[in-house]
Every structure is written in structure tokens, then in C-alpha cells.
Design a protein around this ligand. Structure first.
Ligand SMILES: Cc1cc2nc3c(=O)[nH]c(=O)nc-3n(C[C@H](O)[C@H](O)[C@H](O)COP(=O)(O)OP(=O)(O)OC[C@H]3O[C@@H](n4cnc5c(N)ncnc54)[C@H](O)[C@@H]3O)c2cc1C
Length: 611
């Protein structure tokens, strides 16, 4: 199964659209330049299209296996992981002090999209290894940092996050794993975690688990949780590996997708000999873990994008090869047309492309906001950080929900062959589905948005977002190509504003908000994506016009324009970017007004229904 990337749009986002000068000025990224960022993408893409892509199909068909208590990964996974590790792709955006490249997050997004799109199972190992190392970097003692950070960032060892237990999934306050403090300051860990991604495997000689557990006298609920580093193999003071640390894999899940990713049940301390090391302070475990969870939530959004983009590119390639029927431009032809000639197939394809571009704009902009928060200080930093926090649940839930739908549209493009295992569409669809479930279900993301993110910082981030979208709509209202789309955006902003202002003021506002948290998140996702896509389209329109001028062509010369678009990859790219934004504005943005009608009607039928 061959991974087909969308490198051109990733480069547009990073190198043409985002204001890189604002983050590459004096400060943490002053040593980084645009050329370097372009080269980084090029190298990451080689690994994605090489060893990662090569074992993605095998990973799905063979899957992770548990044999004699050992988890074995499919052929090719070890080599692919070595390529990831040796290329430095786990720590591209991380601290150079611990071996990272110290690159901005907005290039990290492109790297993650490549890895997730080419092989989601291995992309997840990368995500978790980076996240667990960063936890230790942020909250570990100097000794823990010295032992673990560099080895994890280098991919010498891998990491996990161990939250879920059989009776505690969304409700982390119900976690029951125990941590008993010892005289030497370490803790004895005991309990069972389930659904732990990359919980066991033979990729590396050690696995470092970040475990949430409860000390004996801790209060019930989330405030009683503490965070621990628990290696699979104990590590000696000199960094060499010692004896087993009493962590056993009791089983792996048989599941819908990501078969190459071992989802493990882990038993800690069955023999009373599982040693853990406290990260940060007792009782602050969940607050500390949120650092990893927020990063992981954002990256799960990138997974949705990566799966959707790969599925779309594969469907597009198929549509350019498959002959069937006669298209409207050649109804009497003696030979069959390519299916890409059929309007319904074209609609399916542009819808996929529009949503993929929308997701990419959303996660790229969010990463850029992270970088802006990183390079600025004071009130400005607070503003960018507010947007990052607002966009995190939206990136996670909106990209995983719409990413899944894109994989479904991509499968539909193939007709019957899409439903078979001869083509990659069905794997992308199955691999993508999990993104709406783990790292906090999308229902939980929506509750985070309406319960916490709307209210944080006196509601400034959400007002900021409405302002950004409204100003984009206003600025483009008179644009000769994008004016009608800008009016769709203005309507969507108005509908969203009405819902945000009116629902909380209702007598049953709290219930209505809970019932409509997911639709509200969907409205915000569309509005953010809508304004970002229109900004991109304005730039693409300008660049397309420059290309025409460069060839001495007038926009009115449709034959000349078409010839240019057929011969120039850039001209075609800019044309499609504008068309995708227009399509999104007319087919996606009206969903915001439709949601508003339903919400403002005060429908509470789900609470009245008798199930
Ligand atoms: C393949 C896979 C990999 C995973 N990897 C990891 C991992 O590496 N580490 C880890 O710790 N966990 C992992 N998980 C666990 C995952 O994060 C949980 O499955 C998820 O958080 C949901 O918990 P649950 O399955 O217990 O569902 P439940 O919490 O029982 O939820 C069931 C349904 O109820 C809804 N719901 C629950 N509570 C509320 C509420 N308060 N308000 C509104 N709706 C609610 C949910 O949205 C969902 O629709 C993984 C799971 C899978 C399937």
C-alpha cells in the first residue's frame, strides 16, 4: 500500500501562508530559516513514503500478536521505527538540550501528518514517546531527566500514557491503581491498566510508562491522583538496563483498525516489585498529565487529517484511472470515460479536498499559535495561549469526526472496489475511526469546550475567534471571486454568535448547552476552518493571478488559463485552493446556520425520549 502525500498543500500552509517571520525573529527560533524548514519536510516525507508506508498494509493484515507473553509487531515495523528514530523525527520540535532539533510546532505538524498518514500505528508510538519524554522533562527530577529524556527523544526507548482502567475511562477520577511510598522515596505501583497504546512490543529494549495512580491517603476523585514514571525494565544509576520491573502484558485488544498498534492490558506489580518514580507533586498528577493529554489531543486531530488526506489522495489517483460510463462532456464517446469526469465523483472529490484543506489549515494555524505563544510574552502570549487552548478540543474532535467522514467519501469514490481489501480505502476508514474515541471521546472534548474553554480568560479567546472570523468576512465581502463565500462566512459567524449569546440565557440554558455541546463544537470548527480557508484562498487567488501575468495571460482568456493550469502544477494548485474554499463556504458553512436553528428551537427530545 503506497502512501500518497499532499506535500504541496503542507508546504503552502507552512511556507506561503503562515507568517513565519513573526516566529523566526529573535528568540527561540532565530537559528531556524525557511529553507531549513522546507528541507526538514522533504526528509520526513522520504521516511514516510519509504519504510513506514511499506509496512502499513502488512501492519493491518498481520497486526500485533501476543505470543508467550511477548508482543510482536509485524514485519518491517522495527526497521521503520529505526528510520524514524535515527532521523530525529520523534524530537524534531523538542528541546535541543535533550537531543531535540528545537524546530517550531508548525513544521512539526507537517512531519506528524506524514507519519500518521503513512502508518498510523507507528505514528502513535512516536506521539506517545515524545509526550512521555516531555512530561519527564517538565516535571521530573534532574536524575530522572538525565536517565530518560534523551533516550526517549532519540527513540532508544519508547513511552506510553497509562490512564484508562476497566472502570475508569472518561471518568479519570475513578482510577484505582495504587502507589505506595517507600522509605527511599520511590513508590510501589500496583494495579491494572487497559487499552494502553504501544504498551508492549519488541521495538526497543525498554518502555517507559507514564502512570496515573493513587497514594493511600489521597482524597477520592481526580485530586487524589499522582503521576509516576514506571519503566518496563529497571534502569541502573549509570543508565544501563537492570532487572524486570514487574510490568506484564496480560493481553492485547482485537479491534476495528490500527492493527499494527498493540493496545495492551498491563498489570503493574503482580509480584509486589513494580517501582515507580513520582513526577511533580503528589495530588497534581492529573494536572501534570494534562500537558501530555493536550499535546496528544492536538496530534490525534492531526491523525484525523493524515488519514483523511491519504484516503483522499488514493481515491483521487483511482478516479484518474478507472473507466466507467460516459461523462457529460463526452456523452456519445465510443470509449468509456474516466470516473473523474462524472459530476457526482467530482463533487465527492472536491468535498474531500475542501475538508482536508480545512483540517490542515486548522491544525497548522493552531501550531502557529503555539509558536506565537512560545516567542511572545505578557498579554500577547496570553492571547495566543488562549487561542491554543480553545483550538485544542476543536482540532481533536473536528478533525477526527470530519476526517472519518472524508475517509468514507474516499471509499465511496471507488465504488465496490473501495469496499474490498485490494485497495487502501477501507483501512484508512478503519484506522481513522479510533481518533474520535481515544484521548477523551469527542463528547468529552465538546464538554471541555463549552464547560471550560468558553469561560476561560473571561471569554476572551472565543470573542477573539469571532472577531478574527468576522473581520475576514468583512475584508473579503467585495472580493470579485470570494465575495459570495465571505457572505456565507458572515452568516455563519452571526449564527454562532446568536447561539453563544442566547443559549446560556435560557431558563434551561445549562441543559441545552450540555445537549448541544457537540453541535456547538462542530459550529466552531466550521467557522474557524471557514475563515482560514478564505484567507488561504485570497492568497492563492493572488498567486494564481501573478502566474497568469507572468505568462502574459488575461484572466478572461479561458483557453490560455486552462492550458496554463494543465501544464503548471502551481497554477492548478492555486485554482483548486480557491475552488475548495468556495465549495467549503457553500456546502460546509451553511451547516452552522442549520445547527443554530435546531439549537435555538430548544429541542430537548433526547432527554424526553424513553429508551
Ligand atoms: C485503540 C485504543 C487505544 C487507546 N489508547 C489508550 C492509551 O494509550 N492510554 C490510555 O490511558 N487509554 C487509551 N485508550 C482508552 C481511551 O482513551 C478510552 O477508551 C476513552 O477515554 C473512553 O473511555 P471508555 O472506553 O471507558 O468509554 P466510556 O468513558 O465508558 O464512555 C462511553 C460513552 O459515554 C460517553 N461519556 C462518558 N462519560 C461522559 C460524560 N461525563 N459526559 C458525556 N458523555 C460521557 C462517552 O463520550 C462515550 O460515548 C485507548 C482506547 C482504544 C480503543
Amino acid at each position: 500500500m503506497k502512501y500518497i502525500d499532499d506535500d504541496r498543500d503542507i508546504r503552502f500552509n507552512l511556507l506561503e501562508w503562515l507568517d513565519l517571520d513573526a516566529i523566526l525573529k529573535d528568540g527561540p527560533y532565530q537559528e531556524v530559516d525557511r529553507e531549513q524548514l522546507g528541507m526538514v519536510l522533504e526528509e520526513a516525507l522520504k521516511v514516510a513514503k519509504g519504510s513506514l508506508s511499506a509496512c502499513n498494509g502488512t501492519g493491518d493484515r498481520v497486526g500485533a500478536q501476543l505470543e508467550d507473553g511477548q508482543v510482536r509487531l509485524p514485519e518491517g515495523f522495527s526497521e521503520a521505527f529505526r528510520d524514524i528514530a535515527s532521523g530525529g523525527w520523534i524530537s524534531a520540535t523538542m528541546n535541543p538540550e535533550f537531543g531535540g532539533m528545537g524546530l517550531p510546532e508548525c513544521v512539526g505538524t507537517g512531519i506528524s501528518e506524514f507519519l500518521m498518514g503513512a502508518n498510523t500505528a507507528l505514528g502513535l508510538t512516536v506521539l506517545l514517546t515524545r509526550g512521555s519524554a516531555h512530561l519527564i522533562e517538565a516535571f521530573g527530577s534532574e536524575a530522572l531527566k538525565a536517565i530518560y529524556c534523551e533516550r526517549l527523544y532519540a527513540g532508544e526507548w519508547t513511552g506510553t500514557m497509562c490512564l484508562t482502567e476497566a472502570g475508569a475511562g472518561s471518568d479519570l477520577g475513578a482510577l484505582n491503581t495504587k502507589a505506595l511510598r517507600q522509605a527511599d522515596g520511590t513508590y510501589l505501583i500496583s494495579g491494572e491498566k487497559i487499552f494502553i497504546t504501544s504498551g508492549d512490543h519488541g521495538l526497543t529494549p525498554n518502555i517507559v510508562h507514564a502512570v496515573l495512580a493513587r497514594t493511600p491517603d489521597a482524597p477520592a476523585g481526580p485530586k487524589g491522583l499522582s503521576l509516576f514514571v514506571v519503566p518496563k525494565i529497571r534502569v541502573n544509576a549509570d543508565g544501563s538496563l537492570g532487572v524486570s520491573n514487574d510490568v506484564a502484558c496480560a493481553g492485547i485488544e482485537h479491534k476495528l483498525g490500527i492493527h499494527g498498534s498493540p493496545t495492551c492490558s498491563l498489570v503493574f506489580g503482580a509480584n509486589g516489585a513494580c517501582q515507580g518514580f513520582l513526577l511533580g507533586q503528589e495530588g497534581q498528577g492529573l494536572a501534570h498529565m494534562f500537558q501530555m493529554m493536550n499535546a496528544a489531543r492536538y496530534e490525534v486531530g492531526v491523525q484525523g487529517l493524515g488519514n483523511a488526506s491519504a484516503a483522499h489522495q488514493a481515491a483521487l489517483a483511482y478516479a484518474k484511472e478507472r473507466l466507467q460510463g460516459r461523462g457529460p462532456r463526452s456523452p456519445k464517446s465510443a470509449t468509456q470515460s474516466l470516473i473523474i469526469e462524472h459530476p457526482d465523483v467530482r463533487r465527492l472529490l472536491l468535498m474531500q479536498s475542501a475538508y482536508v484543506q480545512a483540517m490542515r489549515a486548522l491544525v497548522s494555524y493552531t501550531a502557529w499559535c503555539m509558536d506565537m505563544a512560545h516567542v511572545s510574552g505578557g498579554e500577547e502570549q496570553d492571547r495566543w495561549q488562549g487561542l491554543v487552548e480553545l483550538f485544542t478540543p476543536i482540532s481533536k474532535a473536528w478533525c477526527s469526526d470530519w476526517g472519518f467522514r472524508v475517509t468514507e467519501w474516499a471509499l465511496q469514490t471507488y465504488g465496490g472496489y473501495g469496499y474490498t481489501m485490494d485497495y487502501p480505502a477501507e483501512q484508512y476508514l478503519r484506522d481513522c475511526k479510533i481518533a474520535s474515541i481515544y484521548e477523551g471521546t469527542n463528547g468529552i472534548q465538546a464538554l471541555d469546550l463549552v464547560g471550560r474553554k468558553f469561560k476561560m480568560r473571561e471569554g476572551r479567546p472565543v470573542q477573539d475567534l469571532l472577531g478574527l472570523a468576522g473581520r475576514t468576512a468583512q475584508a473579503l465581502a467585495g472580493h470579485p471571486v470570494l465575495g459570495p463565500s465571505a457572505r456565507q462566512l458572515a452568516d455563519a459567524v452571526a449564527s454562532l454568535g446568536q447561539v453563544l449569546a442566547q443559549v446560556p440565557a435560557r431558563d434551561n440554558g445549562a441543559l441545552l448547552t450540555l445537549l448541544n455541546a457537540a453541535p456547538m463544537l462542530d459550529m466552531l470548527g466550521h467557522v474557524v476552518a471557514g475563515f482560514l480557508l478564505l484567507q488561504q484562498a485570497e492568497l492563492a487567488d493572488k498567486k494564481g493571478a501573478e502566474l497568469l501575468r507572468g505568462r502574459g495571460l488575461e484572466a478572461s482568456d479561458s483557453a490560455g488559463v486552462k492550458a496554463l493550469q494543465a501544464s503548471s502544477r502551481d497554477a492548478a494548485f492555486y485554482q483548486n485552493k480557491v475552488q475548495a474554499a468556495i465549495h467549503f463556504a457553500h456546502r460546509g458553512l451553511p451547516l452552522v446556520a442549520a445547527q443554530a436553528v435546531a439549537i435555538l428551537a430548544g429541542d430537548i427530545a433526547p432527554m424526553e425520549a424513553v429508551f
